[in-house]
Design a protein around this ligand. Structure first.
Ligand code: SF4
Length: 341
């Protein structure tokens, strides 16, 4: 890969690397529907460090994509942020004005969605779209911006000759690479990947994930990686948060989630996908389905599906997320009881 280009952003990245880059504190997001208020994200807190890849996993509807949309402030009604804070270095993202937000999103934080076609303009070539972003924020000169666009395409593994192609002229994998090039255009400090490869076949998926990891290590950006595929996340992330029914139930280094998951839900999730790191094992689903978040179960939200449920304490008391070691947090009465005994 060619050398990292200099920009006003690369200076920011090397100046300040102390403490977390992103802090999500007690975040609450609700969808206001005719049937009631859906608490899609209910008091979620986590941090992401500089150059760290943090993964969020959980079944569909657990709130992980809603967190991505809340952090980037692209939530639309009927979804509303009803509480909490999102701090990026020293900025409170929830209080940025629309203008501040527009430049912040490209320069410091960008997002890659599952469907590349939703992110790309079908009537502009991929080159024009990248050049537009560069000219608006960093390189006013069109010829120079095009040179940078060619370099960005090379970085993500697209033949630069394709710069004048329209999105429909590219394969699904190439379109997603083009979206990643767009997200990287200003070398932001953090990229959010929201199910970035779910629509692609497994070979292309693997190639793209490896490419993103390589770029992440060379350009030193942080990543919030969201997927329902826990085995993919274990391979790609430094730390992982497991979400269930709008709440974080376990947070730990990826290796620990793989070798020693503690929450009963995480254990079930681990057996629901084929592993890429360890020996073959039998796959099994998770019985039952996630709860209705208009009226979630009392106590531990996983208790109706939990095969090691303790009884009344699990049915009535919400377990707190507690540290079982300095890097590993779990919200489960059984784990808490085992810690005390
Ligand atoms: Fe199961 Fe109880 Fe732990 Fe919830 S708190 S996961 S119901 S053991």
């Amino acid at each position: 890969m060619s050398a990292k280009p200099t920009s006003k952003l690369s200076t920011q990245q090397t100046d300040s690397k102390q403490g977390p880059l992103l802090q999500v504190q007690d975040l609450q997001v609700e969808y206001i529907t005719q049937r009631g208020r859906v608490k899609a994200v209910d008091g979620v807190s986590f941090e992401i460090g500089y150059h760290e890849v943090f993964g969020l996993a959980g079944e569909s509807g657990c709130g992980k994509s809603t967190i991505a949309h809340a952090v980037t402030r692209i939530l639309k009604p009927p979804a509303y942020i009803t509480g909490g804070k999102v701090i990026f270095e020293d900025r409170d993202l929830l209080s940025l004005t629309p203008d501040e937000l527009r430049s912040f999103r490209w320069e410091h934080l960008s997002i890659v969605f599952q469907s590349a076609m939703d992110s790309l303009n079908p009537v502009l070539t991929i080159g024009e779209q990248i050049v537009d972003v560069l000219q608006a924020h960093l390189i006013p000169d069109k010829a120079q911006a095009r040179q940078r666009a060619l370099k960005l395409l090379t970085w993500v593994g697209i033949d630069p000759k394709r710069i004048d192609n329209y999105p429909h002229q590219l394969s699904g994998g190439m379109r997603q690479r083009a979206v990643i090039a767009l997200a990287l255009a200003l070398i932001p400090q953090m990229i959010i990947l929201d199910e970035p490869t779910t629509a692609l076949d497994v070979v292309v998926q693997k190639q793209i994930i490896q490419k993103i990891r390589q770029l992440q290590q060379e350009l030193e950006f942080s990543v919030l990686f969201i997927t329902h595929d826990l085995s993919l996340l274990v391979e790609f992330s430094d730390r992982i948060g497991i979400m269930y029914a709008g709440k974080l139930v376990e947070v730990a280094p990826a290796r620990e989630i793989f070798t020693a998951p503690r929450h009963p839900y995480t254990r079930k999730l681990m057996t629901a996908f084929p592993t890429v790191l360890g020996p073959r094992r039998e796959l099994s689903g998770i019985p039952g389905s996630p709860p209705n978040l208009i009226s979630p179960p009392t106590g531990c939200r996983f208790h109706p599906r939990c095969d090691v449920m303790l009884g009344r304490v699990c049915q009535e008391d919400l377990p707190e997320l507690i540290h079982i070691n300095p890097d590993h947090q779990v919200a489960c009465h059984l784990v808490e009881r085992e810690m005390k005994s």
